[in-house]
Design a protein around this ligand. Structure first.
Ligand code: NI
Length: 184
């Protein structure tokens, strides 16, 4: 495994539609996922998509720490490290929910992004087994953010009010209720 350089906004790798993985059990995919996890952990992120390490394939890794969630809300709880290959998202509740996001490919910034509140997502794991989950809240947000990377979309493109794109270091000027964002 290796800690790899993370592509930043403007690099062409972040603007492409990534290609599907044909064989999720291939050793090269295991290697790719290992590098992604190590790179994500080193950068203190909560998720990473393969295009962020310049590999334009449909693979994401993420986790959700329990203190980032609502706890009581169904579908919004801590999630262990998850590998999703060729993921798909189905929107269960399209009503937009605003939440703050950061991105390892858009360093030092954060933005308030509307996202559908509830989703069902699916994908393959490294054994080629199908994983299906329903998610709400921050969990749903992380998955949508990561899967957007596979379609060449960065979170500022999802924003409805660019006044809410700010430097993280200026976050203290936000209302006290603002959540602490994490680098997704
Ligand atoms: Ni990101």
């Amino acid at each position: 495994m290796a800690i790899l350089k993370i592509a930043r906004m403007g690099h062409p790798a972040l603007g492409r539609v990534a290609d599907p993985i044909e064989d999720p059990t291939a050793p090269a995919v295991r290697q790719l996922v290992g590098d992604m996890v190590e790179t994500m952990r080193d950068a203190l992120g909560t998720g990473l998509a393969a295009p962020q390490i310049h590999v334009c394939r449909r693979v994401v890794v993420f986790f959700v720490s329990a203190d980032r969630t609502d706890g009581d809300a169904g579908g919004d709880e801590g999630v262990p490290l998850t590998v999703l290959i060729n993921p798909r998202i189905e929107v269960l509740d399209p009503r937009p929910e605003l939440g703050w996001e950061g991105c390892l490919s858009v360093p030092e910034l954060m933005g308030e992004v509307p996202r559908p509140q509830a989703i069902r997502y699916s994908g393959l794991d490294l054994a080629g087994a199908e994983l299906v989950r329903e998610a709400e809240g921050f969990h749903a947000r992380v998955v949508q953010h990561e899967c957007d990377h596979l379609d060449g979309i960065l979170y500022p493109q999802r924003m409805s009010d660019l006044k809410r794109l700010i430097f993280s270091s200026e976050m203290r000027h936000l209302a006290p209720a603002a959540e602490n964002p994490e680098e997704i």
